[in-house]
Design a binder for this molecule. Structure first.
Ligand SMILES: Cc1cc2nc3c(=O)[nH]c(=O)nc-3n(C[C@H](O)[C@H](O)[C@H](O)COP(=O)(O)OP(=O)(O)OC[C@H]3O[C@@H](n4cnc5c(N)ncnc54)[C@H](O)[C@@H]3O)c2cc1C
Length: 473
């Protein structure tokens, strides 16, 4: 056993319970204490807007409370930060949860080899997923490209039970940046086509941290049996809302899988959604360039609009001013809550690609900017799925009709009414139609449709026809 303190490097595992890498750090310190450190990685946060940065800060504050105020906040090159801290406290062992996304993997490889030259070991355990990326493979050992096959192999795995809290840990505090200083150092890179789109922090975000995540899970466990029938209805609060928790690791999928374990269709459907998360992380692990490049390379030949009118349309979409009520309600939910319902993510994404003829990466970038759960694997592949460019994607020619989707999934207009105040006096089904605001005598009347969906659908199919024969099935 080491008699020296250890360092625990928090990253996407901002919790104390069910954290095997942290258990290892506490165990190896053997009573000498653990320095709990978070290092702001500006490269990782560069696609995040102020909302996700602020939610990260809230999450760190909750973590700091559970560490009795000992969380050490630093910024800069991880090697320099960790070596300085290790030298100051005589540490030779540093522990962290493994990262599997491209930027994190590169950083970890670089940091461990640089740190080793100072005689310090950096050891990785566990993963933020139920099953670590790269480990679910076909019988012949190859990566799986299709969700169905991945899901079957994934279900064959025996999932670990959640791990206990560390036993009587001793946290060592050291000099630290303040939470405000961390926020100030988040460098946000806004692309030019965002124009004057809002930069504000979403006004209605959920409470952050491990305790809040466990409460959300407990609340959701009460309704999970209905999930298969209600999950597609954005007007009823019927999904878990655990995506920001999973993103920042205030909860691990192990804990969720144990809590929702059971045989109902609702539970099985929900577990399959957790598997989608693992699937997309696995796809990213094998295809790191899919963050910015279409997985079906020939789809890059599809014509997209980039001129001034395209930019204006993009901004109308991002502000929730397309004149299509379900699309606008979703985009306004994103502005207000930093989160959007999954069904509406699909509808709004499809609208951007297939009715506005814009590059899916523009939309994905805006989502990453506003979402508090913005996650490179789930977001980029959710977009690629909708745009028909992903490995296991909806075919391009399957085009969501934004009005039919509204009639099917928000029949009473609850969701539209919640986010579009201009339409609150218009009852369903009229409030679900494009042009729903026509004739309204209000100062802030609802916009008229910026495009005609039927015409743009034909245009989308014509553009697809141009490249169809070059696209592999
Ligand atoms: C265009 C698009 C962009 C998306 N961007 C993100 C993103 O940046 N971050 C993110 O976490 N999810 C993203 N998703 C997936 C999904 O929309 C969200 O995970 C889900 O809406 C989160 O709400 P919830 O926690 O209530 O989900 P629930 O329905 O309660 O599902 C439980 C968990 O399963 C996972 N999950 C559910 N659906 C999916 C899915 N389709 N793909 C991957 N994982 C899933 C999430 O971790 C989620 O928290 C995106 C989907 C689309 C279509």
């Amino acid at each position: 056993m080491s008699s020296a303190p250890t360092i625990f490097w928090f990253r996407r595992d901002l919790r104390l319970r069910d954290n095997p890498a942290l258990l290892e750090a506490v165990d190896r310190a053997s009573g000498s204490g653990v320095l709990p450190v978070f290092i702001l990685d500006s490269e990782l946060l560069s696609f995040a807007g102020p909302s996700r940065a602020s939610y990260l800060s809230m999450t760190l504050q909750a973590l700091n409370e559970s560490l009795s105020g000992a969380l050490i906040l630093r910024a800069g090159d991880p090697t320099a930060v960790l070596v300085d801290l290790a030298r100051e406290y005589g540490v030779t062992e540093i522990f962290a949860t493994a990262d599997f996304a491209p930027v994190g993997r590169r950083r970890d490889e670089r940091t461990s080899s640089q740190i080793a030259t100072s005689g310090i070991s950096l050891q990785f355990f566990d993963s933020p997923y139920a099953v670590a990326p790269g480990t679910v493979v076909s019988q012949s050992g190859d990566p799986l490209k299709v969700f169905g096959a991945f899901h079957r192999r994934w279900l064959d795995r025996v999932f670990d039970a959640p791990f206990d809290l560390p036993l009587s840990p001793r946290w060592i505090a050291a000099s630290s940046l303040s939470f405000d200083e961390i926020l100030e150092r988040c460098a946000h890179h806004r692309p030019a086509y965002f124009g004057d789109l809002p930069d504000d922090v979403a006004s209605r975000v959920p409470s952050a941290g491990e305790t809040a995540a466990l409460k959300r899970l407990a609340d959701f466990a009460e309704i999970v049996d209905d999930y298969a029938t209600t999950r597609n209805l954005p007007g009823s609060d019927a999904t878990s809302r655990l995506s920001p928790d999973l993103h920042f690791g205030t909860i691990h999928p192990r804990q969720i899988l144990q809590t929702v374990n059971g045989s109902s269709t609702g539970r099985a459907t929900f577990v399959a959604e957790l598997c989608w998360r693992d699937f997309y992380a696995d796809v990213l692990f094998h295809h790191p360039l899919s963050v910015k490049e279409a997985l079906r390379s020939n789809m890059t030949k599809l014509r997209v609009d980039t001129d001034d009118r395209a930019r204006e349309r993009f901004r109308a979409w991002a502000r929730g001013e397309t004149g299509y009520p379900l699309v606008d309600a979703g985009m306004r939910q994103l502005l207000e809550e930093g989160w959007m319902h999954n069904r509406v993510r699909m509808v709004t994404a499809s609208f951007l690609v297939k009715h506005l003829h814009l590059d899916w990466r523009w939309g994905a970038r805006w989502f990453m900017w506003r979402l508090i759960d913005g996650d490179v694997a789930s977001n980029q592949h959710g977009w690629q799925w909708t745009a028909g460019t992903g490995t296991d994607a909806a075919p391009y020619y399957r085009i969501f009709n934004p009005t039919t989707q509204a009639e099917r999934f928000d029949p009473s207009g609850d969701f539209v009414h919640r986010f579009i105040p201009e339409l609150r006096n218009v009852t369903a089904p009229q409030c679900l139609q494009p042009g729903a605001g026509d004739g309204l005598l209000s100062l802030s009347s609802y916009p008229t449709p910026i495009v005609d969906a039927a015409t743009e659908r034909i245009e989308a199919l014509a553009r697809y026809e141009e490249i169809k024969n070059t696209v592999s099935a």
